[in-house]
Design a protein around this ligand. Structure first.
Ligand SMILES: Nc1ncnc2c1ncn2[C@@H]1O[C@H](COP(=O)(O)OP(=O)(O)OP(=O)(O)O)[C@@H](O)[C@H]1O
Ligand SMILES: [Mg+2]
Length: 400
């Protein structure tokens, strides 16, 4: 059956009425388009009593470009599958899926509009005391439960198969692991940063390490990862945290999710060097960011360790020495992937507001330089920076 795009608000309302019993029969409904990403249509449907839900529809192309750039609609199946899997093991962290319609390529889901975007919260230097615990817990549950330690081998392979996401993975393979490491036409480089970008493009040692990380990204089916866990995909209040938009999800290396998340904290760290505001306050916030990164790792690793110890199904993967080695591998992978994400967000196609909000190009270049320095260090030294403390010390040495 062919795809049916909503042609107007009335169609959206009638779809919502047919597939949800949230709204009383004769209530007047309003539709607001809230799409602010690139790929999909997102609408909020609400009534006057304050009830609302979200409608996300994936067209067969990239929304902001149009049908000149086709993109598989299978991404919305992948997204709902990942949301449903997460809901089984960590229900509070994702919006509840109310309905999935494969013909319309639509998800109806819980409105989490009472939460704020984590990227903006970090730009505003908001300290969130619960966030490390919530994200570390989510990562540990998801990664263990969808791995071949937490699932029977055959069930895990079925998950790998049903989570194959080749078109979206190919985009990541290019925009993370290729473009930023060569002088690619898709790159967007601050002219003041060209010399530093050229150093990266000619660093063969760095490219070799990135090739290793890319090979793992392309072939390691460790666990069902989110695939795009930047701070724009996380929403929070002081008590609650939600993760959305897992359309890039597939079974891949665990360290990719932890790494992308770490990178986005560190991109904010680099931004805080030159964002507006009191310098002591910005410095204190940079310290909070490093502490939070360490706390996420601490929460993740303690919980993942405990799950490995008590719930590993395969006895040959139950040896404590092996499990310690494995956790250390995940830490090192996380640093490597964090370096790749920071590089691509600094000189690749998609930049981040944490740095782009710095209006003065010289000051922005200063933050971008710091980002690239941290990134290169993470990729090249990931096997020797063994703990969050060593990481903090190394980053603090780069801070001017
Ligand atoms: N469940 C939700 N509750 C409230 N707001 C939401 C929800 N899901 C999405 N949004 C809002 O819609 C915006 C776009 O959503 P989302 O990031 O899922 O779209 P996308 O098209 O996949 O984006 P991208 O191109 O970045 O992948 C979010 O930034 C958020 O503001
Ligand atoms: Mg998306």
């Amino acid at each position: 059956m062919s795809f049916i795009k909503f042609s107007g608000n009335n169609q959206i309302i009638s779809f919502v009425r047919n597939h949800s019993d949230m709204f009383p029969e004769h209530s007047a409904l309003e539709v607001e388009e809230i799409s602010d990403g690139n790929l999909n249509y997102v609408y909020r449907v609400s009534d006057s009593s304050g009830k609302s839900l979200i409608v996300k529809q994936a067209p067969p192309y990239i929304r902001v470009i149009g049908d000149g750039w086709p993109l598989t609609q299978d991404r919305i199946r992948i997204e709902q599958q990942s949301l449903q899997f997460t809901a089984l093991h960590c229900p509070k962290i994702v919006p509840e899926v109310y309905h999935y319609d494969s013909q319309h390529c639509v998800i109806l889901m819980q409105d989490i509009g009472d939460h704020d975007n984590l990227r903006q919260l970090l730009i505003d230097r908001t300290e969130l005391p619960q966030i490390a615990k919530q994200l570390g817990n989510y990562l540990a549950q998801m990664m263990f439960r969808s791995s071949s330690m937490g699932m029977e081998s055959t069930a895990h392979k079925a998950l790998v198969k049903q989570s194959q996401n080749p078109q979206l993975c190919k985009i990541s393979e290019e925009v993370y692991f290729w473009d930023p490491f060569c002088d690619h036409e898709r790159n967007d480089v601050n002219p003041l940063l060209k010399p530093e970008a050229e150093v990266i493009w000619s660093n063969q040692n760095l490219k070799r390490e990135v090739a290793q990380l890319k090979r793992r990204f392309m072939s390691d089916t460790e666990a069902l990862i989110h695939g795009d866990l930047h701070t724009g995909s996380v929403f929070a209040t002081s008590e609650s945290c939600k993760v959305i938009d897992p359309e890039f999800s597939f079974c891949g290396p665990i360290g990719f999710d932890t790494g992308v998340l770490f990178a986005n904290l560190l991109l904010n760290y680099a931004g805080q060097q030159n964002l507006p505001g009191d310098s002591r306050e910005r410095k204190a916030y940079q310290n909070w960011l490093l502490l939070t990164l360490g706390d996420i790792w601490q929460q993740f690793s303690a919980q993942f360790d405990s799950l490995m110890t008590t719930e590993t199904l395969d006895p040959s993967l139950s040896d404590p020495g092996y499990q310690q080695w494995y956790l250390q591998q995940i830490w090192q992978d996380s640093l490597g992937y964090a370096g790749v994400e920071m590089t691509r967000r600094t000189i690749g196609i998609a930049h981040v507001a944490d740095i782009m909000n710095i209006e003065d190009p010289e000051l922005r270049a200063d933050s971008e330089r710091l980002s690239l320095q941290i990134a290169t260090m993470l990729i090249l030294q990931r096997n020797t920076l063994n703990t969050p403390k060593q990481l903090d010390d190394a980053i603090n040495q780069l801070r001017t």
